[in-house]
Design a protein around this ligand. Sequence first.
Ligand code: FAD
Length: 138
Amino acid sequence: MKQVRLIYSSAVTRDMSLQDLRSILDRARSNNSELNICGMLCYENRYFLQVLEGERASVTELFIEIADDPRHDDIELIAFDYIDKPLFDNWKMGYAGGSPIFHKLLDKLQMEAFEPGRLTPRQALAFLHHLSNHQSEI
Ligand code: FAD
């Protein structure tokens, strides 16, 4: 079966409380483990950056569903690649946002504020992968 990695960014349509983020992650964690999809979600400065990895049909279907979610819009596809094995399989859906390490990575990218739509595919993957080892508790 063909495995893919999809990375996208989006902008929230309203302020996200901790409870809003928890509810997205709870839903993601339960749905994704059934679909065998793993990944990582980042939220900061009213933007999301998410990576999804798994079987091509499952990732495509989930992405279409996520893109239709009214909690965000301005969805921009950053990368869609075939992969031999997932990079994020330790975390069914990890989360990072606003931590000191998050801001240190932004500094390295010479980004004053988190604007994931400006990241190249390579930068976005490196950012997400680095943060998967430094997740935020929410
Ligand atoms: P429900 O959770 O019952 O949702 C039904 C519909 O209502 C959905 O279409 C949803 O768009 C909408 N909805 C749900 N809650 C709210 C709310 N509080 N405000 C407004 N509309 C709402 N889901 C995953 O399964 N895996 C993921 O990795 C994942 N990542 C996400 C990342 C982001 C940035 C966002 C915003 C959402 C993400 N979701 C994810 C949620 C996804 O968009 C759907 O809400 C979810 O898959 C639908 O689950 P459900 O079929 O159980 O329906």
